[in-house]
Design a protein around this ligand. Structure first.
Ligand code: HEC
Ligand code: HEC
Length: 185
């Protein structure tokens, strides 16, 4: 009996270590695009799993307040309170990320060279030290390329990023996206 009780307690302990917190109620609608575990299955839609909590919170507030605009995202964030945003950002940041990968070795190698321009802020391997700056490691490749294009055109505003992407175009963006998408998140 004692052994049985011990086994049961140990099983519970193991289960509680591996089961992640249940999605907050207000994050249920997000799963249809960002995946049940924050890993999206459309390369134009970003993974949220493992992203920096401060960065996620800033972006959600930016969508809600109309600073960052996207017709697909906007309806899902317009009613979120600051507290909802904190809960959702914390939840996704704690889920394990997954490398999206791209597979084109030549493009990845070119992107790795170009990443010299990015390391001072996004870290040596796509993971910045600052909690309010985004991880790029493992992010969806088409999404990364699209955001770089949006910074370049000014559609997405960021004083840091707009200066960095100014000398580059579509070819460099595709290479950078290929490189970062295959790094371990
Ligand atoms: C119908 C699909 C869809 C749904 C549902 C959706 N999103 Fe999104 N989300 C997108 C797309 C597309 C983008 C990329 C927008 C862009 O290009 O700027 C995005 C971007 C984001 C980003 C920015 C990520 C980054 O790396 O900058 C965050 C954070 C986010 N979504 C969170 C959420 C949350 C939280 C919910 C639920 C409350 C949600 N989304 C619901 C499609 C969706
Ligand atoms: C001076 C610091 C700095 C440098 C250098 C820099 N970035 Fe950024 N990057 C940022 C910041 C800050 C943000 C968040 C912008 C925001 O708040 O919208 C960002 C955002 C991004 C995003 C959007 C991520 C997402 O999830 O939506 C991508 C993609 C990106 N950077 C790629 C790059 C690449 C590629 C390079 C090198 C060519 C680079 N960055 C160089 C600071 C920098």
């Amino acid at each position: 009996m004692k052994i049985l009780k011990f086994t049961f307690a140990a099983a519970l302990l193991i289960a509680s270590t591996f089961v992640f917190a249940e999605a907050p109620a207000k994050a249920r609608a997000c799963a249809s695009c960002h995946g049940a575990e924050g890993v999206s299955n459309n390369s134009l839609w970003p993974d949220l799993a493992g992203q920096k909590p401060g960065y996620l919170a800033i972006q959600l507030a930016a969508f809600r307040d109309g600073i960052r605009q996207n017709a697909v995202m906007d309806p899902f964030v317009k009613d979120l309170s600051d507290a909802d945003i904190q809960t959702i950002a914390t939840y996704y940041s704690q889920l394990p990320g997954k490398a999206a990968a791209n597979g084109d070795a030549a493009l990845v190698a070119k992107g790795e060279n170009l990443s010299a321009y990015c390391k001072s802020c996004h870290g040596m391997k796509g993971k910045p030290a600052a909690p309010v700056w985004p991880n790029l490691a493992g992010q969806q490749s088409a999404y990364l390329a699209q955001q770089l294009t949006a910074f370049k055109s000014g559609e997405r505003a960021s004083p840091h990023m707009q200066t960095v992407v100014a000398p580059f175009g579509e070819k460099e963006f595709a290479a950078l996206a290929a490189y970062y998408s295959q790094l371990a998140p």
